[in-house]
Ligand binder design. Sequence first.
Ligand SMILES: Cc1cc2nc3c(=O)[nH]c(=O)nc-3n(C[C@H](O)[C@H](O)[C@H](O)COP(=O)(O)OP(=O)(O)OC[C@H]3O[C@@H](n4cnc5c(N)ncnc54)[C@H](O)[C@@H]3O)c2cc1C
Length: 524
Amino acid sequence: MSTPPPEMHWSRWGDPAEAGPLSESAFALVDAFIGTADTPAVDPASVRLSAVLGQELLDELAGIVGVEHVLTDHDSRLHRTRGKSTPDMLKLRAGDGSDSPDAVVRPGTHDEVAALIAWAVERHVAVVPFGGGTSVVGGLVARREGYAGVVSLDLVRFDKLLAVDTDSMTATLEPGLRGPAAEALLAEHGLTLGHFPQSFEYASIGGFAVTRSSGQSSAGYGRFDSLVVGLRVATPQGGLVLGNSPANAAGPDLREVVMGSEGAFGVVTAVTVRVRRLPAVKVYESWRWDSFAGGATAMRTLAQAGVLPTVLRLSDENETQINLAKPAEVGGDSGGGCLMITGFEGTQEAVDAKRAAVTALLTGLGGAGLGEDEGWSSGRFHGPYLRDSLLDVGVLVETLETVTFWSNLHRVYDAVKSALTSALGEGTLVLCHISHVYETGASLYFTVAAKQADDPIAQWMGAKAAASDAIIDNGASITHHHAVGQDHKPWLAREIGPVGVQMLRALKQELDPSGVLNPGVLIP
Ligand SMILES: Cc1cc2nc3c(=O)[nH]c(=O)nc-3n(C[C@H](O)[C@H](O)[C@H](O)COP(=O)(O)OP(=O)(O)OC[C@H]3O[C@@H](n4cnc5c(N)ncnc54)[C@H](O)[C@@H]3O)c2cc1C
């Protein structure tokens, strides 16, 4: 068992104790570039939620999980309303809680989850699995029309490390464990998962698996889906246990069907992952490149030479100028050009050897080493708090991401930037970085800031649609790691084509024929 983090702020990112205004330097920068206005959130008690589930249904739920695990109070439902995208926040800040669950239910065992799903099928109630609540793609917004109600299935009680196998270097974790709790439990065995997305402090193990998450150390440890070796899932058709071997040829790999399924096919109740020994040494360094293109070529060279550090990130010129790689220092002057961060983790010998190889390659390609950099890792999880401070002063800020092959990278970069600036108009800031690389390509992660219009949700949805069109029109993927949710469905359909859509619908129809699991999410 582990201690959960403090309940996330109802309309902001993270720990309410960390919420605060922009620093003076950041405010001055934003005021000069974009302009500011006072745009406070409503009082949480005044947010309008959906009606509470009927008493008969609540009694039945209590019969499955115990009355103390069926919650209908305003706060519990408010905290499980939507996820943490900017439109999600803007709606709540304006008092719109219409996507709230009608009840929150907290099962504690696989069998209770299975019983809840059977109940939902019988009563035709929509079920939204809730891990950390950090979805940024509408993954927690179920369609409610045609259902007798909507229930949030909160996995918070699934908080145990179930097994550790140090011969095979695997561990089985319950899905409701948040990042820090999972790492703390593994650390007791001298192990780490090495998965550190920016949402690490709140996102859950189950959420990582079903959204195919990718963390800042993906170059060294791999994407989350590459760490998963086994899964236990409760579906309306019964239980599914996958992953009895490190690799096999036993037909298509069904784990791949569960990873990325976003609660639409079943509820993950256990995840077996590959683990590593806790690193003895961690070193981060900064490099400067004259241009984004030069830095990107260096990243490609490292990936294709097989000498990737554990962390590898390159900010474009705009992101370097704002210094978003180090959120604690936003507004600082980082000297122009493009900032690259490299990080090395492992034994002293392994770190020394990898660092020497990377340094030789980067120097040879024209990079200028700026020395060791602790500022990057220490401020890393502060970034998301900035968005809320900006929303408070009338600035629209949101992120989006994509992935493509190296040969197409700059075309996609230019197309997305231009789509965003055309949609949002003069004064829009578009920043970008690369932080996940492969031998064949890389992701592009954009941060956008503009002055809020009268209807900032419509303003962003228009810009997001333009950027998504640019992504698909230029042959990239609609998402590298944020997943599909409700928001990316139209572009997923274009990406995978009619046969791909048919395959997804067939899986949904077989596994969840009455459509109670996360209706409206993932399946175009
Ligand atoms: C500030 C911020 C930074 C972020 N940074 C990153 C990043 O660096 N890398 C990255 O990959 N993502 C990032 N994200 C996106 C998000 O954190 C990930 O998608 C994360 O994996 C979601 O995990 P969660 O536990 O919060 O899932 P939730 O938001 O609770 O759920 C996500 C989806 O999965 C379903 N689900 C959750 N748990 C289960 C389960 N056990 N079984 C079945 N379905 C389930 C939900 O119904 C929903 O559809 C970020 C988000 C924010 C707000």
